[in-house]
Design a protein. Structure first.
Length: 505
């Protein structure tokens, strides 16, 4: 089993190496001595330090009150999610899975050993409630391999108690500054240890700042950001963090869209197979989320009906139907991330970004190339909407509007990629397209809801139940669909009018 905790802490340095008196700092009534602990931690990473590069730490620690395996993911400066697992000789499978998107097929090795002599203090209020922990850590770090290089330092660490007010840390820091204590430039003990024990050929230089100049630069920057999102969201999907599956699916869609619409920049013979793998991934990620959206819509529709229109065990049947479908879909997203194909997809993305298959247009100035791509996609969307709205209401129109919805997403993602190069016109188009996409999305949700209601009505009828309520809900969905469709022409015309004369889009 694993345990998750939100860690909010700050690290400091002091020439004196002692903790100043913090009594009276923002409600701190007393500072209690909690003794000295001897901590021994071995930090694991790949040989090329992939986890450290992402600000992630994985350690096996003995000593103290929380011996075991600790995996930490950065959330914000000074804030990390810490996941615990019981002490074992090898990396627990649950933790290894959470770093799989970073590690890929590389081996996790013990890179650094950090031994700490910790003098611990508890900052408590007048009632004795713990507000924060303050520690003076005497640290010795060494690399087991690589010549046994070592480093020593002393630092002060202040960690907020669970549920504490982060404002306390500001008050404590003010008191520390007055005593000559300064913030540590290192985000963690591991980061400092790696830097201090690195060989001369491993010491990192300052990061190179590269400003996108060409059309290829802009497209690759967009692809790189979405690749990074796919990798970063992997642990959140595995942990079931709300909205993480949706966000990963959006990243896959953005990648597919940019690869498709900027074919003038990237050779499609290299990108088309990648797009197909991204389509497959998006499909696997979306199944459970689509069912969740459908459940919410059907439940909301039922809740809105007067009691007199609800006949038979409609709620029970809806719950059973939903539970059965979700059970069949549960785990599909994680299974997709665990597959060999997914690791290969990430490897192919990395290879493409490292050695991109650029076409001649990639070297051109971005405004002309990206404007042409956006306008081409807008023209496709306009044609699809016109064709859909020319059809009579029914399944063919529903399908045509669904195709228009997918194209609206493609145009939006194309425009998003162009915003850094084209500025306000592209940003305004993105906002308009989001409104259009949302409307088409609600329409498609209604199509799926009507399909589900027909299925539920058939099941109810077969069981001898009254299917009246399903018919009422179906009729209301048809009415809403008509309302959505009536709004579409005006919304798209406003978008065209608002951006037709914009430059460069």
């Amino acid at each position: 089993m694993t345990d998750i905790k939100r860690e909010i802490e700050r690290k400091y340095e002091s020439d004196a190496g002692v903790l100043p008196d913090l009594t009276g700092a923002d409600g701190v009534a007393a500072v209690l001595d909690r003794g000295v602990a001897e901590l021994d931690a071995v930090y694991y990473d790949t040989a090329d330090e992939r986890l450290a590069a992402a600000g992630i730490t994985l350690r096996r620690r003995t000593g103290g009150s929380d011996a075991g395996w600790h995996l930490k993911f950065p959330v914000a400066p000074g804030v990390r999610d810490e996941i615990h697992a019981p002490l074992s000789e090898t990396v627990p499978a649950a933790l290894a899975a959470l770093v799989r998107s970073r590690v890929r097929r590389q081996e996790l090795l013990p890179l650094v050993r950090i031994r700490t002599r910790r003098t611990l203090r508890h900052l408590v209020d007048a009632d004795g409630t713990l507000l924060a922990e303050a520690a003076v850590d005497e640290v010795r770090a060494e690399r087991p391999a690589g010549g046994g290089r070592t480093a020593r330092w002393t630092e002060i660490e202040v960690e907020l108690a669970d549920g504490g007010d982060p404002a306390l840390l500001d008050k404590v820091e003010k008191r520390l500054r007055k005593a000559g204590v300064r913030r540590s430039p290192s985000s963690s003990k591991l980061a400092r240890a790696l830097a201090a024990t690195a060989g001369p050929d491993r010491r990192p230089g300052p990061p190179e700042e590269q400003t996108p100049v060409t059309a290829g630069d802009h497209v690759l920057a967009c692809l790189r950001a979405q690749r990074d999102a796919l990798v970063a969201l992997d642990p959140a999907v595995r942990r079931g963090v709300p909205d993480s599956v949706h966000r990963m699916r959006v990243a896959a869609r953005r990648l597919r869209s940019v690869l498709r619409t900027y074919r003038e920049v990237l050779d499609r013979s290299a990108t088309d197979p990648l797009r197909e793998e991204l389509r497959r991934l998006g499909g696997e990620l979306g199944l459970e989320r689509d069912q969740e959206v459908l459940d919410e819509r059907l439940t909301a529709g039922l809740d809105a009906l007067p009691d007199a229109l609800v006949t038979g065990p409609v709620r029970d049947r809806l719950r059973t139907w939903s539970r059965t479908r979700r059970s069949a879909l549960r785990g599909r997203a994680v299974a997709a991330l665990d597959s060999r194909r997914h690791l290969e997809l990430l490897d192919v993305l990395d290879a493409l970004l490292a050695d991109p298959p650029l076409r001649p247009a990639a070297a051109k100035r971005p405004a002309k190339v990206m404007t042409r791509a956006v306008r081409k996609q807008c023209a496709k969307l306009s044609a699809l909407l016109e064709q859909a709205l020319a059809l009579p209401p029914g399944p063919e129109r529903d399908l045509a509007l669904h195709e228009a919805r997918k194209q609206a997403k493609a145009v939006r993602y194309t425009a998003e990629a162009a915003v850094p190069a084209l500025g306000a016109p592209a940003a305004g188009l993105v906002r308009t397209l989001k409104a259009l996409q949302d409307l088409l999305g609600r329409h498609q949700d209604g199509v799926m809801a009507r399909r589900a209601l027909r299925e539920l009505a058939d099941q109810a009828h077969a069981e001898g139940e009254n299917a009246f309520t399903y018919g009422v809900l179906h009729g209301r969905e048809e009415q809403r669909a008509a309302e959505y469709e009536a709004k579409l022409p005006g919304l798209w015309e406003a978008a065209v009018a608002g951006h037709a004369d914009s430059r460069p889009v």
